[in-house]
Design a protein around this ligand. Structure first.
Ligand code: BG6
Ligand code: GLC
Ligand code: GLC
Length: 850
């Protein structure tokens, strides 16, 4: 600050209240104005709002397709003028403007309404005469820079005069009809008033013609005001929710209810009292050019009276209202080098300034205009913030809408699920019938497991468990009779990807290597133990100790195995190793092993369900229904291999494009379509495909598809389970995603969680529909009204996922209401079941030999 002497120092102190507009105060002003806007927009709050937020019925910015020849008159600013505008739709956004200015003497601005509108009509007629337009019928736009309540574009009731206008008999009347009436008196011209616009809206449209992004119109002139494009759904005073409309804020009235009283000074109050509209337009009076000169005058007057300026001599000129105008203020502020302007202006006021006076007056001007700019910026910031938030909301709404559209196909309503249940039921029948089973997709493989363990099983057994998340080797000790119990020792081994997808020999050599390690580890290498082989892939069996691999599923694709007997392959690998010998007694699907494990505890368990890496079911079927196996007595366990359900296209109508992408990227395209919608190995992949699509649509991860998201298989079941856990806060979800290399915002995390939910829910419901088909079949087999049955269940999806099991149960209740199902979780895996089956088979075998 340059004023360092005592006088200047005093001036500064006197004016400190003007400088009080610190950033904090301005932020506060902004917040207050934001609240005022909300108040003005609300239907109930508008009547008492000072900031009127007037709908303008201008709904869009020009898009360049406008064309034509127009007239315009512009009343309310410092100059009254008439225009002719020619707009060409030539793709170059070009236009031509001719204008003429007319004076607005006091008789016009403070006279009566008829005179005012007659005067406007006269000027227009003169303009048309000058431009030689009298013969033309032209549309007219009426820029009328005062607050008008509009109900359509070509009508507006004046709410109150502002600025230097005070014309009698116009307030509360429609200014467009008044102008029309006045124009009708001119028989020689034919003008059609098409639109009434505030100057702010006119400004926004002018600029919007060149720059589509122009969404705010700001006037800082004789008066001050702003308009902006508001979302229709926030404008409760106008019908309709779609699109936007320009709102004339009439911010000049901000503070008329006292909201700015703490910031207004004694000079502001004095100025207001001397104005044409006391108590009104208080914000405008702190900002616009009509008032700044007067503010300066009042300050100088007071300072002079206090002896701080001009030797304390108050000239008569300084006492005259309006003597200092905006032009003077800017001229004095422009005096950067010398003081000549300032000196001249002050001398004209008979003030005889010293150099020091000139400097001080300059500072007063600067302070006043700075405050004006600051206040104006604060209110503008409020509008910009609102626009930004509106856009964010809009973005969120479109995101929601597109998200809903993307996820909609996953929501399978009950009737669709019933259809699924019924087609599954039909497929089960095809698989059992001799004529249809060859083409059947659900293969219904006989397992040669015909009974449940009865507690008489005993002995030591080895078991292998291949095909789920883990490969295990187990030693199972079964005791019968009163000490009936099962003891298990097991070891998990990894099967590297290159072995799962290498050659068959390598795979079986690796398995035997693991067995050798286990035997070594347990110290039982010498004993030739009976072995049960849980092999969780479709096998066609002709006896319990033989199984021809129909085709690999899930993550396996070792060569030279399909069509081969897996027991033979295992035996050969043991022979190749030539280190130990084993007695392979049974080969068992994991569903069968699970059913047996649970059946050992609950004899009512006649169904085995796996919802894990893969998805499958087995159940005890009446022999008479199994046409491809001889005999009609008793029951045999059927491994349905329902994962292949839909491979004939029967569920294609519910498969989404994401399902097709997952299928195409899998090891077995076109195969296991139902499994690919219901099991752990694929759910994460479906989620990943959806996320990629949403990202491409710009709805996620800021539209950026990261390296991690490109990686197949990043979403393992366990991540899905974690993300969907209700116990996790959003922040934790975000952390999981970050672990996966997905840099997500909180909004992203919400969406990802929703996607996971939709995908896993569909899986559970589809699985429930399938199970309902099996249950209904069992019920009909038994010929009962109500079926009481236990389903043995295993699998990581069922066990780990927070909602899968519940949704599955609920669906089954809905789709098989006559079945009372107990779901029994297999705690010990299918290895135990395989050992039990082995024990039974061994016993029968021994009996047979005897
Ligand atoms: C295990 C069984 O408990 O569950 C496996 O012992 C079976 O044989 C598995 O394949 C299924 O679950 P997941 O999720 O491991 O495939
Ligand atoms: C006054 C008027 C308003 C106009 C502004 C700028 O505030 O009330 O309608 O936009 O001045 O001219
Ligand atoms: C796959 C296999 C099937 C197995 C299921 C669950 O569907 O084909 O045999 O039971 O996965 O592991």
């Amino acid at each position: 600050w340059v004023v360092a002497d005592t006088l200047g120092g005093q001036i500064l102190i006197r004016l400190r209240y003007f400088l009080r507009l610190s950033d904090d105060v301005l932020l506060d002003v902004m917040t207050r104005f934001q609240a005022e806007m909300v108040k003005g927009l609300g239907r109930d709050t508008n009547p008492t709002a000072t900031v009127k937020m007037l709908p303008s019925f201008v709904r869009s910015l020009p898009d360049g397709s406008e064309k034509g020849d127009f007239l315009a008159v512009d009343l309310g600013g410092s100059q009254f003028r008439a225009h002719r505008v020619k707009v060409f739709a030539d793709g170059k956004q070009s236009s031509q403007l001719e204008s003429k200015f007319y004076p607005t003497p006091k008789e016009v601005t403070e006279g009566n309404g008829t005179e005012l509108f007659d005067y406007i009509a006269d000027c227009l007629s003169d303009f048309m005469e000058t431009k030689n337009l009298k013969h033309k019928k032209l549309p007219l736009g009426f820029t009328f820079s005062f607050p008008c309540k509009q109900t359509k574009l070509e009508e507006g009731v004046l709410l109150a005069w502002t600025k230097h206008f005070r014309v009698r008999g116009v307030q509360d009347t429609d200014v467009v009809s008044s102008l029309r009436r006045a124009l009708q008196k001119h028989k020689d011209i034919d003008v059609d008033v098409l639109a009434l616009v505030n100057d702010t809206a006119g400004t926004m449209m002018t600029c919007g013609y060149d720059d589509q992004r122009c969404e705010v119109g700001l006037i800082i002139g004789t008066g001050t005001n702003a308009c902006y494009m508001e979302e229709m759904r926030h404008i409760s005073l106008v019908e309709g929710d779609e699109g936007r409309m320009c709102i004339n804020t009439e911010w000049g009235a901000f503070g008329d209810d006292g909201a700015l009283d703490d910031l207004r000074t004694e000079f502001d109050r004095e100025l207001d009292l001397g104005s044409l509209n006391p108590g009104k337009q208080l914000f405008e009076k702190m900002i616009s050019s009509l008032y700044l000169g007067e503010l300066v005058r009042l300050i100088l007057l007071k300072m002079t009276k206090e002896g701080l300026l001009f030797n304390g001599k108050v000239s008569t000129a300084l006492l005259i209202k309006g003597k200092i105008e905006m032009e003077h203020v800017s001229a004095m502020e422009k005096d950067k080098e010398g003081l000549s302007n300032t000196k001249e202006i002050l001398t004209d006021l008979n003030l005889f300034p010293s150099e020091e006076d000139c400097v001080a007056v300059q500072h007063v001007c600067t302070i006043v205009s700075f405050r004006s700019a600051n206040l104006c910026a604060a209110a503008l910031a409020a509008i910009l913030t609102r626009l930004m938030e509106n856009k964010k909301l809009l973005r969120m709404r479109t995101t929601r809408r597109r998200l809903r559209a993307a996820l909609q196909p996953f929501l399978l309503p009950l009737p669709v699920l019933r259809q699924v249940r019924d087609s599954m039921r039909a497929e089960l029948e095809y698989g059992l019938k001799r004529e249809t089973q060859a083409e059947a997709t659900v293969k219904m493989l006989p397992t040669y497991v015909c009974g449940m363990p009865d507690g008489t099983e005993k002995g030591k057994f080895l078991a292998l468990d291949l095909g789920g998340t883990n490969f295990r080797v187990l030693l199972v000790k079964i005791k019968s009779g009163r000490r009936r119990s099962v003891q298990m020792y097991n070891k998990i081994f990894a099967i590297p990807l290159e072995i799962m997808q290498g050659t068959g020999e390598e795979l079986f050599d690796h398995i035997v290597q693991c067995i050798a390690d286990f035997l070594e580890y347990m110290g039982i290498k010498g004993s030739r133990l009976p072995l049960g082989f849980t092999f969780s892939f479709p096998c066609r069996q002709a006896s319990i100790d033989q199984g021809t691999l129909v085709g690999w599923t899930k993550g396996f694709k070792a060569t030279d195995c399909e069509g081969e007997d897996v027991v033979d392959m295992l035996r050969e690998a043991i022979r190749r190793r030539n280190e130990f010998d084993l007695d392979i007694v049974a080969v068992v699907n994991d569903t069968v092993g699970t059913m047996m494990t649970c059946g050992y505890e609950d004899p009512n368990c006649e169904i085995g369900l796996i919802a894990g890496t893969g998805s499958n079911v087995c159940y005890m079927e009446d022999m008479k229904n199994i046409e491809i196996v001889e005999g009609n007595e008793g029951k045999m366990c059927i491994n349905t291999e329902w994962g292949a359900f839909g491979d004939n296209g029967c569920i294609d109508h519910i498969r989404t494009k994401y399902d097709r992408e997952v299928d195409e990227g899998s090891l077995n395209p076109g195969k296991q379509r139902y499994e690919k919608m219901t099991s752990g190995m694929y759910l994460g992949e479906i989620v990943r495909q959806i996320l990629i699509d949403l990202t491409k649509q710009g709805l996620l991860f800021r539209g950026h598809i990261s390296e991690s998201l490109r990686k197949r298989g990043i979403f393992e079941t366990k991540f899905l389970s974690q993300i969907e856990s209700d116990r996790l806060a959003l922040l934790q979800v975000r952390r999981i995603l970050q672990q996966l290399g997905l840099d997500s915002t909180c909004d992203d995390s919400i969406i990802v969680k929703e996607v996971c939910g939709v995908v896993s829910t569909r899986a559970a419901r589809l699985c429930g529909a399938g199970l309902a088909a099996v249950l209904e079949k069992k019920r009909e087999n038994q010929g009962v009204e109500h079926l009481q049955i236990t389903v043995g269940v295993d699998g990581t999806l069922y066990k780990l996922h927070p909602h899968f099991s519940r949704v599955l149960r609920e669906t089954v209740k809905e789709l098989a209401p006559q079945c009372d199902v107990t779901f029994m979780l297999s705690e010990d895996g299918s290895g135990k079941g395989a050992a039990l089956i082995t024990a039974v088979a061994k016993r029968l075998h021994n009996i047979g030999q005897k």
